[in-house]
Design a protein around this ligand. Structure first.
Ligand SMILES: Cc1ncc(COP(=O)(O)O)c(C=O)c1O
Length: 458
């Protein structure tokens, strides 16, 4: 076998072109072989098919057909977020243009830990992070791998600003990554504020903040777009309480942050500009391939906590001579230029184009909720706030709801999520596909209805 071609360099594009043809053909054929939103048969059958297709993962002699074989096997065995009946999670169908940009990022392979590995990518990252920070009223932003890393960084920056005694206060509705970050950073156990209607209760928060008379530094974490229901905490009230009590405020807008692009929905994020830090995540309501997280930071001096010096990457004399110091922009060292796909998306679609996508998925959620509401066999949890709809068959037990969801998964016919709210199990449709049509939503409800009829109430 001759020495394999490289993706960059003068020969790179010509070497990639036929391989891209192979990839695209295999994606198409694999998707057709699957035939639905999820491969049928459940975990054992899917795993067996994959093992059969892949064979020896490290053969003695290479297999020139491996690209086609593996891409086909992965496509056949994937959950396809672009299928209208794939609606369980905050798992968006990536835009073609963002995915194409990601290919360029892989081919060029800049690494954002030093300027000499990423001369243009580092400037693009600076431009895009500052622009997105401005959207939330912040001064700067860091690129992360997603909501979890952003939340961790928010806690780390707060701890460095206020000391190791810092205590996290979050709603019962907060994402698990916040409490996990407190554990990871060795912070005291968080105070959990009730969220009786799915959003953090400001009166209960006030009592917590008033009662913490021991002068301990507090970090309040609010949520703009809860994972289970897509609800938005009362941000202005929470921000006012934090200001009155001298508490720091982090807002996890991993889901809801995308509303910033929509003229129609942006107003729901009032109060976001009061936060010390904000988690954004464009691989949710932003149509990016994973990973595309951000953490916006109101006070740039908070970022000095991340300063790091490593002679091979940012020697003092190099920095003094004008080479940008990138190491303090992340806890990671080698780092992908995830900013390229984000930049291409922002510029290709503009605020109007992105806002339209946001409006479309929010409209779909309202349409689906209306179908559920009008159907005598189903109960709607609440009108949707963003693009999540919780519903359940009337008279069904929680076991039936769970079994119906698993049956849809096993048959590969639909991917719905689940949410336990006030002790009852709900089916969750997270609508992130702007191409979904009304007929798809009706088909989803009919599928569930047929299955429930096969599971008489107990
Ligand atoms: C509100 C919220 N925050 C954070 C996260 C974590 O994001 P990621 O999975 O990108 O780490 C999620 C994931 O769904 C989320 O819903």
């Amino acid at each position: 076998m001759s020495t394999p071609s490289l993706a960059s360099g003068p020969e790179g594009p010509d070497a990639l072109r036929p391989l891209l043809g192979t990839v695209l053909d295999a994606l198409g054929a694999g998707g057709r072989a699957r035939g639905g939103p999820l491969p049928a048969g459940g975990p054992d059958a899917v795993a067996a098919r994959l093992r059969d297709a892949v064979g020896d993962v490290l053969p003695k002699d290479g297999d020139p057909d491996a690209l086609r074989t593996l891409v086909h096997a992965l496509a056949e065995g994937s959950a396809d977020p672009a299928h209208p009946l794939c609606a369980a999670h905050l798992h968006c169908p990536p835009l073609a243009v963002a995915t194409a940009a990601d290919l360029a990022a892989s081919a060029l392979n800049p690494s954002l830990d030093s300027w000499d590995q990423a001369p243009a990518a580092s400037e693009l990252e600076a431009l895009v992070t500052r622009a997105l920070a401005r959207e939330t009223g912040a001064a700067d932003a860091l690129v992360t791998t997603g909501g979890t890393e952003s939340n961790q960084l928010a806690l780390l920056l707060a701890r460095e600003a206020h000391g190791a005694g810092l205590r996290l206060v979050h709603g019962a509705n907060a994402h698990h990554s916040l409490a996990r970050a407190a554990w990871l950073l060795g912070l005291p156990d968080p105070v959990v504020v009730p969220a009786p209607a799915g959003t953090l209760d400001p009166a209960a928060l006030d009592r917590v903040l008033t009662g913490s008379g021991d002068h301990r530094a507090l970090l309040v974490a609010a949520t703009a777009g809860t994972t289970d229901a897509g609800l938005i905490d009362p941000l202005p009230e929470i921000a006012a309480l934090c200001a009155a009590h001298g508490a720091r405020l982090h807002i996890d807008a991993a889901y809801g942050g995308g509303l910033l692009f929509s003229d129609r929905h942006r107003g729901r994020l009032a109060g976001l500009d009061q936060a010390d830090t904000v988690t954004l995540d464009l691989h949710k309501l932003g149509w990016q391939p994973v990973a595309a997280g951000l953490l916006t930071v109101r006070r740039p001096q908070d970022l000095t906590a991340l300063r790091q010096q490593a002679d091979y990457l940012n020697a003092d004399d190099d920095t003094e001579a004008g080479l940008p110091d990138l190491l303090g922009r992340s806890l990671r060292t080698t780092r992908r230029p995830d900013v390229l796909k984000i930049a291409v998306t922002l510029k290709t679609l503009g605020r109007t184009g992105l806002g339209r996508l946001v409006d479309q998925v929010c409209d779909h959620a309202r349409e689906f909720a209306a179908l559920v509401h009008a159907h005598p066999g189903f109960e709607l949890h609440a009108p949707p706030t963003i693009s999540t709809v919780l519903f359940r068959p009337v008279h069904a037990t929680d076991d039936t709801v769970a079994a119906v969801r698993r049956k849809l998964l096993t048959d590969g016919r639909a991917v719905l999520g689940r949410a336990l709210i006030d002790g009852r199990l709900w089916l969750k449709a997270t609508l992130l596909n702007p191409h979904t049509r009304p007929g798809d939503l009706a088909a989803l409800l009919t599928l569930v209805e047929e299955l429930v009829e096969g599971h008489p109430p107990r």
